[in-house]
Design a binder for this molecule. Structure first.
Ligand code: UDP
Ligand code: MG
Length: 327
């Protein structure tokens, strides 16, 4: 049995078409399946569309968040609710072609693979600032974390063992692409061309991408903190030499005019200090969010078949009781 997880935020224009297209592919795959849409607090008619669709589609299940918690939380919720022996995570805007499902399944079944990673092919030699920054991020991330996720996408097939391992990670700010690579198991890449968006607009802007880049680097590497220490050592050595030289010149009775030197030294030290504080601040923020340990998402409503709903309640009650019984 296969679970297909679709995170969806404000996708009213295309969600029905996307679910239908995915179902059409699944029908040809000779496997039991469920399509699990996680409505990430959409403010449009996405949920109503799903309710309508669920009447005629028994294989459709849906979870509705109490507000927008972000794509990472939606993926996590989908994987936690998935009951398949494997799960495929796809974008709900059909940018990840559903036809890939068949190939991913083949790799999983025949090649004894635990994870199939969708990797975007960049055919066009793009040179926009956006692409340069994205490439820069991937390169930096790989360098710092030691995990190669070049051109990685959130399109993935995960075996049950990997789903369970992923859902056990206690992180409050998960980075799906990075963490799945970090988990290990047997992984293969599947290259694909990103299709144009079916309808609606992308939810990302420059600022949200910068934030994601920062938190993902911080959660995978402590190297930036060590770099601050190195900068500190470097500037201290520099200060020692400059101090000795200044004293030497002063003792010789020919002290130089100091204004420019002062301004340069202040600006340099100020810059390094602020940068250092900023980097430490990033780690502090991450620790702060982890320590608060708020849930990753809250569910407002679930669309499910009645027999499944009972099962779900049963499953979620146990961990709560277990947690309560701890000292
Ligand atoms: N998405 C989500 N929550 C968000 C933002 C996006 O669940 O807060 C979903 C969105 O509905 C889509 C997928 O994540 O299915 C990818 O988002 P988008 O197409 O906006 O990103 P892009 O393809 O431009 O990277
Ligand atoms: Mg998209």
């Amino acid at each position: 049995m296969l679970s297909v997880v679709l995170p969806a935020f404000n996708e009213e224009a295309g969600i029905v078409q996307a679910v239908r297209a995915i179902r059409a592919v699944l029908e040809t795959c000779d496997i039991g399946y469920e399509i699990l849409v996680v409505d990430d607090g959409s403010r449009d008619a996405t949920w109503r569309e799903l309710q309508r669709l669920a009447h005629s589609m028994r294989s459709l299940r849906a979870i509705r968040f109490s507000r927008n918690f972000g794509k990472e939380a939606a993926i996590r919720a989908g994987l936690e609710a998935a009951s398949g022996d494997a799960a495929i995570v796809l974008d709900a805007d059909l940018q990840h072609p559903p036809e890939l499902i068949a190939e991913m399944l083949r790799l999983w079944r025949t090649d004894d693979v635990d994870v199939v990673n969708g990797v975007k092919v960049d055919r066009r030699r793009e040179s926009g600032i956006d692409t340069v920054l994205t490439r820069g991020f991937y390169r930096l991330f790989s360098r710092l974390s030691g995990l190669a996720i070049d051109n990685g996408a959130d399109l993935k097939l995960l075996d049950r063992a990997v789903i369970d391992a992923y859902c056990r990670l206690p992180e409050r700010q998960p980075f799906f692409r990075g963490l799945v690579t970090w988990l290990g198991f047997r992984q293969v890449d599947l290259h694909f061309d990103v299709a144009p968006r079916l309808a609606g607009a992308s939810k990302w802007n420059g600022f949200s991408r910068l934030l994601l880049a920062l938190t993902s680097i911080v959660s995978f590497s402590t190297l930036p903190l060590h770099i601050i220490s190195l900068c500190g050592i470097g500037t201290s050595v520099f200060a020692l030499f400059l101090g000795l030289q200044t004293l030497w010149v002063w003792a010789g009775g020919s002290a130089v005019e100091g204004f420019t030197t002062m301004i340069l030294a202040l600006a340099f030290i100020g810059g390094i200090l602020m940068l250092g504080l900023g980097i430490i601040g990033q780690y502090l923020a991450q620790i702060y969010n982890e320590v608060k340990a708020r849930p990753l998402y809250l569910v407002r409503e679930v669309l499910d078949r009645p027999e499944r709903r009972l099962q779900h309640i049963h499953q979620t009650r146990q961990p709560i009781e277990a947690a309560c019984s701890e000292p």
